[in-house]
Ligand binder design. Structure first.
Ligand code: NDP
Ligand code: MG
Length: 384
């Protein structure tokens, strides 16, 4: 019997994390969950430990780590950022799944790559902040970065039908979120409306990113680095049904796409098992039942976030980090009722206009650009 692949799952208590554990359970006997990491959801993590018996666990704060130590004497319990770094580089781990939300995912991704692991990443923010550094480091260490994001999984699968040099265009599809075709006042949108995604059930941050369509900007940047494709070859297409997960156009004019019902367990499973495919419990796609697939170009006046991807990639340096950091903080502020929905993207644009440009060539430069952008945002919020 082939040996089981050993997995460290970071962000196990979230939407992607729990679906990853579903996939591992359903597929049975192929993967061993060696390590789990979570933020604050102690009770959920406790249940996961009881079920999957990981050798290593990490939780954000020390107090919770001490509680777990008294309950699970056979498990090595870590905490905080240092703990995440330990889990990303364990000798007895083959695959690191990064399902942490936000900039917190950056250092664990870097560390997994540094240690030559197969990194299956849902965390797109790390690629937005440090795509070039992460992909260059992967070339040096032999690490493989595999996308879990459904659009990027679709692009990866579609790319298999041609050579990299034959790619003419990547077409990222976008559902458009809850507001793309609604005549709503963006000043009046409240969190509960923005969180109600029509096709996907996801964590809070990505749900808001989908509503502002900043998610698509993050995904353009993610695609640029993951696939080493120039910016001008990446387009966005609105596709409200979320069946066509993205398209690769080749130089002969052929467009190859990947289709399935919107269910993240499929790209998660593919990332874990590639180059093999296995049966899955996902509902099969019945196009006759779906009936219609619609496509249209995005309204960039209504959703100015999309074009920010082109702006920050053209500017380079600290610009993508400013976009990511200020967006993340603005989303948090919106969820806490501190700012309006319309202000999320406006703050990002203002930060890009006001924060002086700087070059970025190391992880330290990135962390310092992140700090500068955070301080800029805190000041704006406090002085309002
Ligand atoms: P969730 O908010 O559902 O989950 C986030 C996870 O990160 C939780 O397990 C949370 O732990 C954990 N976490 C947060 N802070 C820390 C920390 N300091 N240390 C360790 N763990 C931490 O997010 P999603 O699962 O929706 O998204 C995760 C990533 O995947 C994001 O980058 C998102 O953009 C991307 N993605 C998500 C998709 C989806 O369908 N959900 C689709 C495509 C991409 P806890 O809850 O215990 O605090
Ligand atoms: Mg996506």
């Amino acid at each position: 019997m082939p040996s089981m692949k050993k997995i460290a799952l970071l962000g196990s208590t979230g939407s992607i994390g729990t679906q990853t554990l579903d996939v591992i359970e359903n597929i049975g006997g192929k993967f061993d969950v060696v390590a789990l990491a979570a933020g604050h959801n102690l009770e959920f993590l406790r249940r996961q430990i009881r079920k999957f018996h990981p050798k290593y666990v990490c939780i954000s704060d020390e107090h919770n780590a001490n509680i777990l130590r008294t309950e699970f004497s056979d498990t090595e319990i870590f905490f905080g950022d240092n703990g995440l770094v330990e889990l990303a580089c364990l000798d007895d781990v083959d695959i690191v799944v990064n399902a942490i939300v936000g900039a917190k995912g950056l250092i664990p991704s870097y560390r997994a790559i540094d240690c030559g692991k197969r990194l299956c990443t849902a965390n797109k923010e790390s690629l937005v902040m440090a795509g070039e550094i992460l992909t260059e480091r992967a070339k040096e260490t032999g690490a493989v970065i595999f996308p879990i994001d459904s659009e990027h999984s679709a692009l990866f699968q579609s790319m298999l039908s041609g050579k990299h040099s034959e790619i003419k265009r990547l077409i990222l599809t976008a559902s458009g979120g809850p507001f793309w075709n609604k005549d709503v006042d963006f000043d009046k949108i409240i969190p509960v409306d923005a969180l109600a995604h029509p096709n996907w059930s996801m964590g809070q941050k990505i749900s808001i990113d989908s509503a502002t369509m900043m998610n698509k900007a993050l995904e353009i940047i993610e695609a640029r680095w993951l696939f080493d494709i120039p910016l001008e070859k990446i387009d966005v297409l609105i596709h409200p049904q979320s069946i066509v997960h993205s398209i690769v156009e080749f130089v002969d004019g052929s467009q190859i796409a990947q289709l399935s019902l919107p269910d993240m367990r499929l790209p998660i499973q593919y990332a874990l098992t590639y180059p093999e495919r296995f049966e899955s419990p996902m509902k099969p796609l019945d196009l006759a039942e779906i009936g219609n697939l619609e496509f249209c170009t995005p309204n960039k006046d209504k959703f100015p976030a999309i074009d920010l991807a082109y702006r920050v990639l053209t500017d380079g340096g600290n610009s993508p980090i400013i976009l990511n950091t200020v967006n993340e903080l603005a989303v948090e502020s919106f969820l806490m009722g501190e700012i309006k929905f319309s202000q999320i993207v406006r703050f990002v644009i203002q930060a890009l206009d006001e924060i002086p440009k700087s070059s970025v060539s190391s992880l330290d430069d990135i962390l310092s650009a992140d700090r500068v952008a955070s301080e800029w945002f805190e000041k704006r919020i406090r002085n309002r």
